[in-house]
Design a protein around this ligand. Structure first.
Ligand SMILES: [Zn+2]
Length: 348
């Protein structure tokens, strides 16, 4: 099979590039007879930093067939890298490796508190054991995910325990993501110095500058929360009693403020069907984030946060190519002209 070649203008800088896939590495050294598969505006692939493939309904076991379909949907939408902050189970060996899968980071099964989170999913150690369980998970896969708050009135993981979890996860060489949808939970997460806050609904905007300083990322899952808000508001009984409405109503503003404050914001979809990263980018733009920064959150900036370089010599051979600049025409995101992962073109 001929070596694959792409040519065009590479974001974020818009520099001209002419790249050849030497196995799973990009090289600018010309390879005779290479197959020029696409020309245009090139990103190092899209990133969905918050997705839970492999199960249709909360509580369901991990299903190999559903997992495969979900990962295909990500690839077809231009996603070459995902982070799964929580899965129904440890994934099979091919996850993140096979031609059917984007690259992947994952946190194994969620870690939650007794009486909280989706029944059937996750582990619920005693509070004192949370740090050790998180560290053990992070040592295995690089990430652990703790659900630190749940419904209104539920206990929040105490800050001392979360701080110890951060310390032990970092000592194990990993990073800690936490689910938070309450202001008090967000405050605990920032105080404990977690690596990433997932959702962050209700977070006090006054904490954003500290998050930027200490490197706490935010994955706002904005389209998912905006969608849930619309469903909640459509049900007046639920809306009246819901803690959700106040936080969700200002979540777009909070997200834009986070970008403005210099917080690393990561695009994540959280919802089914999979492959909806373009909607999340649009939601960020609708919130007031510039298209350049919104796409950064779903591409090069997210890759850098997860430890992967952009379109450089020697970088992993991932890319998504568009006919026109997606920053000036967001509809391009729906129709990539080529998606390449590990030096191979994704059949679409
Ligand atoms: Zn989630």
């Amino acid at each position: 099979m001929a070596v694959l070649r792409i040519r065009g203008l590479a974001l974020p800088e818009g520099d001209p590039v002419d790249l050849y896939a030497d196995g799973d590495r990009w090289t600018s050294d010309p390879v005779p007879g290479a197959d020029l598969v696409a020309e245009g505006w090139i990103l190092p692939g899209l990133v969905d930093a918050h997705t839970h493939p492999g199960a249709n309904t909360p509580g369901d076991p991990l299903d190999d067939g559903i997992l495969r379909d979900d990962l295909r949907a990500h690839l077809e939408s231009g996603v070459t890298l995902i982070r799964s902050p929580g899965l129904a189970d440890d994934p099979p060996d091919w996850f993140g490796r096979s031609d059917d899968s984007p690259r992947a980071f994952h946190a194994g099964r969620w870690i939650a508190q007794h009486g909280q989170f989706a029944p059937g999913w996750g582990r619920r150690p005693d509070p004192a054991d949370l740090p050790a369980v998180a560290a053990e998970q992070a040592a295995r896969t690089g990430w652990a995910k703790i659900v630190i708050d749940w419904k209104a009135g539920d206990d929040i993981v105490p800050v001392e325990i979360l701080r110890e979890a951060v310390t032990r996860v970092h000592a194990a060489g990993g990073r800690l993501a936490v689910h938070s949808q309450h202001g008090a939970g967000g405050a605990v997460a920032v105080e404990a110095g977690v690596d990433s806050i997932e959702h962050g609904m209700g977070l006090d905007p006054a904490l954003l500058s500290r998050m930027a300083e200490q490197g706490t990322a935010l994955t706002p899952t904005l389209a998912a929360i905006t969608g849930s808000l619309a469903r909640t508001l459509a049900n007046p009984d639920r809306a009246r009693t819901s803690w959700y409405v106040p936080g969700a109503s200002v979540h777009a503003r909070l997200t834009a403020a986070a970008v403005e404050a210099g917080v690393t914001v990561l695009a994540g979809t959280d919802t089914r069907p999979h492959g909806g990263i373009a909607q999340e980018i649009r939601a960020l733009v609708t919130a007031g984030v510039t298209p350049h920064r919104a796409i950064a959150a779903a591409s090069w900036a997210a890759r850098a946060y997860l430890g992967l370089p952009g379109l450089l010599d020697g970088a992993p051979a991932d890319a998504v190519v568009y006919a026109a600049d997606p920053r000036t025409d967001l509809s391009q995101l729906d129709k990539p002209s080529a998606v390449i992962v590990r030096g191979k073109r994704v059949a679409r």
